[in-house]
Design a protein. Structure first.
Length: 202
């Protein structure tokens, strides 16, 4: 099978994706900054399966828009004790809808953990999943998703970005961190969307 229009596949996937199917647990995290939150995430036991996603993940991969709410997928296999460790290490306090700045997500599909990457020593969803979750975010989510798509994913108008590395500086002038060849990573991520097997021209 040969994929000729990766951008169209991504658009189709985004149109069918429903972020609201994830179960949410809302907390207030007293971290004074995003950097402090990242430092706290680094203290979590390595055997706890979680992944940063949405706006918080995009701040690591392609910083552009600043958001006040962060999202963390927690695997269904995580035990109540391990979940309690997350709450304790991050000093989370349960809140109602208002006042929440950190959302723990029970994913409706384990596929969100496919192709995890590590940015600043923190597990982060793959860039395709990140895009889907960011574009679902209210406010300036679509603006951030478009920036991520153009400067990291490279699928714009059905064509790969002309930059062979798929990276451009963010607003702060820094390049997004990538630990593997971007094109290979993008192939792997989209192959998950359309099934295994075959070769892909992106």
């Amino acid at each position: 099978m040969r994929l000729l229009d990766a951008g169209a596949i991504l658009d189709f996937w985004a149109s069918r994706y429903d972020f609201k199917k994830n179960i949410t647990h809302r907390y207030y995290a007293p971290a004074r900054s995003f950097d402090e939150l990242i430092e706290r995430l680094r203290t979590l036991p390595v055997d706890i399966r979680y992944a940063l996603t949405g706006p918080a993940a995009s701040l690591l991969a392609a910083p552009w828009v600043r958001f006040a709410t962060y999202h963390l997928y927690v695997a269904p296999a995580v035990t109540p004790t391990e979940r309690g460790s997350i709450v304790e290490k991050l000093d989370l306090r349960p809140v109602d809808v208002s006042g929440a700045n950190l959302i723990l997500l029970d994913p409706y599909d384990d596929g969100v953990f496919y192709g995890l990457q590590h940015l600043r020593d923190v597990p982060v969803v793959c860039n395709t999943q990140m895009y889907l979750d960011v574009i679902s975010h209210p406010g300036r989510g679509r603006e951030q998703a478009e920036y991520l798509r153009e400067h990291v994913l490279g699928f714009w108008g059905g064509r790969a970005h002309s930059d062979p590395a798929g990276l451009r500086p963010g607003r702060d002038g820094a390049l997004p961190s990538r630990e593997s060849a971007p094109m290979a990573a993008r192939q792997d991520e989209l192959s998950f969307a359309i099934g295994e097997g075959g070769s892909y021209d992106l």
